[in-house]
Write a protein that binds this ligand. Structure first.
Ligand SMILES: Cc1cc2nc3c(=O)[nH]c(=O)nc-3n(C[C@H](O)[C@H](O)[C@H](O)COP(=O)(O)OP(=O)(O)OC[C@H]3O[C@@H](n4cnc5c(N)ncnc54)[C@H](O)[C@@H]3O)c2cc1C
Length: 356
């Protein structure tokens, strides 16, 4: 059974968690570091709310930045909605240095180990809602309206999945509507499904569904844009029907999804597909964490960074997929995270020198 670490909010397995007993109550922690923080009473008596550096995001960029900052002995805090980011969705990573092959969850487990066991770093599982300038730094506000002061920030909030923006998309989440790489496909065992998208990630989704779903309807608003070899494989699959230049216009169902209506782009012709699941693979967009009044964004909404990961706002650094850096890859995001931590450290040293 999973329980929540009272210090950092992380979900931990009751069987493997670090524990302590106090007045007959057992508390469960992700690490010795969080247990120590709990026992020191920092959490219940005087929670820390001020740091030299706050890192936002727990993907490869944020986790690497955090571990780097810790090894540089910085006063650092990590706030992330999850520890892993998109890398969790990757079933086969064949392009990360040091491994011929590793799965996303395995690689992330190693990153997490470095964060909470090898170099304990203060962290909180939460969503950052606002970053505002303040005297000498920034105020970061989380979804629970907790406020933290920091002299510098690294934004490593990565990419968020694009949505269909069709009514019912939220209501049927995991009750028929799925995004990303789903490990447990039992919900659609032996059923007909729709997959939406036309790029390379569609193949991974269709391959995962082969042997699980009965018929697969592939719906793309454009002609298929995946690599020609992938398109050839998709067209050769006996139970895949392809609807190019079609748009999903309605999701139907009661408690769970029972059907999808698609419409041909040219004209009003609609087709009703009786499906139990719809799998959305229509790409990613930068997380909408900042508005362009604070840091310069490019026309794709990515944060524009300098070679040292600094942005147009002094004290704000950014790393990974959320930036305009070339190449959306784990190894690149990790490298940029390390660079951002080095640059943030230099920024803090310079601030101290100016104050002295
Ligand atoms: C299906 C799939 C397969 C892939 N396969 C590969 C591969 O084989 N090899 C490869 O190199 N790359 C692969 N990639 C790309 C790779 O995963 C990304 O380039 C990499 O994860 C980017 O890291 P990041 O840290 O910049 O962002 P992300 O991984 O997107 O992490 C962002 C983090 O920020 C958090 N966050 C977002 N907003 C907030 C907020 N407001 N407050 C707090 N936290 C927030 C998120 O929860 C997450 O923890 C794949 C991606 C996908 C989707």
């Amino acid at each position: 059974m999973n329980v929540t670490d009272p210090v950092c909010n992380m979900e931990v397995d009751e069987k493997t968690a670090v524990t302590t007993e106090c007045d007959g109550d057992i508390s469960y922690f992700c690490s010795e570091g969080c247990k120590e923080k709990f026992l020191n009473g920092q959490i219940c008596k005087l929670p820390r709310t001020s740091y030299d550096l706050i890192i936002i995001g727990g993907g490869p960029a944020g986790l690497t930045a955090a571990v780097y900052a810790a090894t540089l002995k910085m006063d650092v805090f990590l706030i992330a909605k999850d520890l892993g980011g998109q890398a969790f969705d990757s079933t086969k990573i064949a392009n990360y240095m040091g491994y011929d092959f590793i799965t996303g969850p395995e690689l992330i487990e190693k990153f997490q180990d470095q964060l909470i066991h090898s170099n304990y770093i203060d962290h909180l599982i939460s969503e950052v809602e606002k970053i505002e300038p303040a005297e000498g730094g920034f105020i970061i506000t989380t979804a629970e309206l907790k406020k933290f002061f920091t002299k510098s920030v690294i934004i490593a909030a990565g990419m968020a999945r694009r949505k269909l923006n069709v009514e019912g998309e939220e209501t049927f989440q995991r009750m028929g509507v799925f995004s990303g790489n789903i490990q447990d496909l039992s919900f659609v065992q032996g059923e007909d499904v729709a997959v939406v998208g036309g790029g390379n990630s569609v193949l991974q989704m269709v391959e995962n569904l082969q042997g699980v779903a009965r018929n697969i309807h592939l719906v793309s608003v454009t002609e298929l844009t995946a690599d020609p070899s992938i398109i050839e494989r998709l067209r050769g699959m006996h139970n895949v029907e392809i609807y190019e230049l079609h748009k999903v216009v309605a999701l139907k169902g009661d408690r769970t999804l029972s059907g999808v209506t698609i419409r041909k782009l040219a004209g009003e012709t609609t087709v009703d597909l009786q499906v139990k699941g719809i799998f959305i693979a229509i790409g990613l967009q930068p997380s909408p964490i900042l508005d362009s009044r604070m840091v310069n964004l490019n026309d794709r909404g990515e944060i524009m960074i300098n070679p040292d990961c600094s942005t147009s706002y002094p004290g704000i650094f950014a790393a990974g997929d959320v930036t305009d850096a070339f190449g959306k890859r784990i190894v690149i995001a990790s490298g940029e995270g390390a660079k951002a931590a080095l640059a943030a450290r230099q920024y803090i040293i310079d601030l101290r020198k100016r104050a002295a």
